[in-house]
Design a protein around this ligand. Structure first.
Ligand code: ATP
Ligand code: MG
Length: 607
């Protein structure tokens, strides 16, 4: 059998591989332009290089077009995800992105999604949305067709475009407003079934992320707007990530949003000194307060520190319905409220800082001097007062006295004030103890690549998905929901592998595994390059042949920017019968006789 290479002047070569017809792609014909300048909005390297190497182009904030090279990588990620989903027995379907309002109204998500949801209207004035995720649609579809426990368990998946009007689209493909997700959903008749489906997905995800070649961690997560219980995230360990996670030496791993601090055991306060109000003029901040305390009211045993103070932060909470209410959070003065932990704790409601107008409407709250005395459902202000778990019964604090320039010393929780409850939203710090006692926590950054949830019966309940069980009784189906960021994975792998010269793909995801470069004009060189490209293609490798009439410098630079794992350079060495084989990722270079070039590349690629 003979194969025809593509493009003008193509030569024929024997087909050595078993994989059907092979073509080599000529760079002179490929729809790509490498750019010399970084995109103006590039914050992270993967974004910079994917644009500069001509893999993607921005259309609008968070919205990208895929060019031939980028699309090949995307399709390779899709293929890995698809293979592993099929291997675990999930079946592929595809839903539209354009959806009716009604199912999302039924589950409450039409409202709960807030501004993140793309809403639109059709010509009949019916409300529509662009799907941010498809729990409702899958639940309805299964309910339409299935009615017996005998049909279950069932796992369905799709690889499809999602829409979220993200507040901060960022870093190119990493946080898009349009992006590709693999979403799957499991349907079981009981909790044991759900646990098994969840485990099967978890195992499949481990295989997927192993194959993507990313360093990742599996962390405990919160379930956010999804509802449901058990949930874990797969985070690629990369400083460019927006997620912060913690790890302990004993194996605890969690997203910071999911770290829980157990309330400290109650302390006996029988001998605690009495609460005393003192003058602390000009101390609206913790630092200024600590300085005055040490100057005017020294403790004797040690210095006062910020950790001795109880800081009360007031916020305005807005429910998805638009209703607002004030919330005060009491926490040790050496810690801040972590915005992401707060967001997770209040979702789907959202919090904003208290503003002058809000203070004006709550005169009992003296800015800079707010204390527990003015807070709580039982207080005249009726402001809900939740405290950090460290503010447990018997702990003693310096805190605001609700008067300008005054604070209280020795205010004891449970003796002098009783909060309305706990809220666990203080920042998590390096060295804090792991909640399970497995040692001090270390913090690191990651990119959320996948998320698996045990949803339970929330969606099935809301949308009436029931089946007859083995006793002929109608039971509500229990569900799991599982996502992989497919387009995000392209960027994450690029981020993990690129360097200061450009992209550097792993073999399994590279658009082409080999790039052949010819660095001279004479006929023998281009003939050799052409032949080598053909032979490499013949053994089943994807080959990109730089046949352009450009200078060697331009070709070398572009090869590094484009990031194919292996380059074969046909240049001056040819007169001595050798070509150079370069490994993009290790930087290794080796001269080999022309006749051994294919073998050398096969060794590097395992083909
Ligand atoms: P994030 O916390 O990053 O906003 P999420 O928790 O809202 O993500 P999920 O609803 O769990 O996302 O979606 C499943 C997967 O889809 C995520 O794990 C992530 O890989 C991907 N994903 C989510 N939002 C985006 C986005 N805006 N752009 C690209 N990929 C995304
Ligand atoms: Mg998530």
């Amino acid at each position: 059998a003979w194969n025809q290479t593509r493009g003008a002047g193509g030569v024929e070569f024997p087909c050595l591989g078993q994989e059907g017809p092979h073509v080599i792609t000529r760079l002179s014909q490929l729809f790509v332009r490498t750019l010399r300048d970084d995109p103006a909005d590039a914050e992270v390297s993967s974004h910079r290089w994917l644009v500069r190497a001509g893999y993607v182009r921005r259309v609008a904030p968070g919205i990208y077009s895929w060019l031939p090279l980028g699309l090949k990588v995307l399709q390779k990620v899709e293929a890995i995800v698809r293979e592993e989903m099929e291997a675990m027995g999930a079946q592929e379907v595809r839903f539209p992105a354009l959806l009716p309002r009604e199912p999302y109204e039924t589950t409450g998500r039409w409202t709960e999604y807030g501004e993140n949801l793309f809403r639109l209207r059709d010509r009949r004035d019916a409300d529509m949305l662009l799907g941010p995720t498809h729990e409702e649609m899958f639940t309805l579809m299964v309910g339409d067709l299935y009615s017996s426990y005998k049909d279950l368990p069932l796992s369905l998946y799709q690889i499809q475009t999602k829409y979220r009007d993200e507040a901060r689209p960022r870093a190119g493909l990493l946080r898009g407003r349009e992006f590709v997700m693999k979403d799957s959903y499991s349907f079981d008749v009981d909790d044991a079934g759900l646990a098994a489906s969840y485990q099967a997905h978890r195992d499949a995800y481990i295989r997927i992320f192993d194959r993507l070649g990313l360093e990742y961690v599996i962390v405990k997560a919160t379930s956010g707007a999804m509802g449901g219980s058990a949930s874990e995230e797969f985070l690629a360990v990369l400083p460019a990530g927006e997620d912060t996670f913690v790890r302990s030496p004993g194996g605890y791993a969690a997203n910071v949003e999911a770290v829980t601090v157990a309330p400290a055991p109650a302390i006996d306060f029988t001998d605690a000194p009495e609460a005393t109000v003192v003058d602390t003029p000009g101390t609206p901040t913790i630092a200024s307060l600590v300085a005055v305390l040490n100057a005017e009211y020294p403790r004797g045993d040690r210095e006062w520190t910020a950790a001795d103070t109880l800081k009360n932060v007031v916020l305005k909470v807005t429910e998805p319905t638009g209703e607002t209410w004030p919330l005060a959070i009491g926490l040790p003065g050496d810690r801040e409220v972590d915005p992401k932990r707060l967001e997770a704790a209040l979702a789907p409601a959202e919090a904003a800082p208290f503003e002058e107008a809000d203070f004006a409407a709550h005169l009992a709250l003296v800015k800079g001097y707010i204390g527990p005395g003015a807070l709580g459902k039982e207080s005249p202000s009726k402001v809900k007062y939740l405290v950090d778990p460290r503010v447990s019964s018997g702990t003693s604090w310096v805190t605001g006295a609700d008067e300008q320039g005054r604070h209280v010393l020795h205010l004891v929780t449970g003796r002098d004030f009783t909060p309305d409850g706990f809220i666990d939203v203080a920042e998590v710090r390096e060295g804090d103890p792991a909640p399970d006692g497995s040692g001090p926590l270390a913090l690191a950054r990651g990119i959320e690549m996948g998320h698996i949830f045990q949803l339970g019966r929330k969606y099935a309940e809301a949308l009436g998905l029931k089946v007859l069980d083995s006793n002929g009784k109608l039971v509500t189906v229990t569900m799991g929901s599982y996502g992989v960021g497919v387009s995000r994975a392209v960027a994450a792998v690029a981020e993990a592998t690129c360097d200061d010269k450009g992209l550097a793909w792993p073999l399994e995801l590279a658009p082409y595994q080999v790039q052949v470069l010819v660095t001279g004009k004479d006929q023998e060189m281009s003939q050799t390059a052409e032949d080598l490209a053909g032979q490499l293609s013949g053994v089943g490798l994807d080959v990109l042949y730089d046949d352009r009439k450009a200078s060697p410098g331009v070709k070398f630079t572009d090869a590094e920017v484009l990031g194919m794992p292996i380059a074969v350079v046909v240049g001056r060495g040819l007169k001595n019968g050798v070509v150079e084989v370069r490994n993009r990722r290790t930087g290794e270079r080796r001269e080999v006789p022309v006749a051994e070039a294919v073998t050398a590349v096969r060794e590097l690629t395992g083909r």
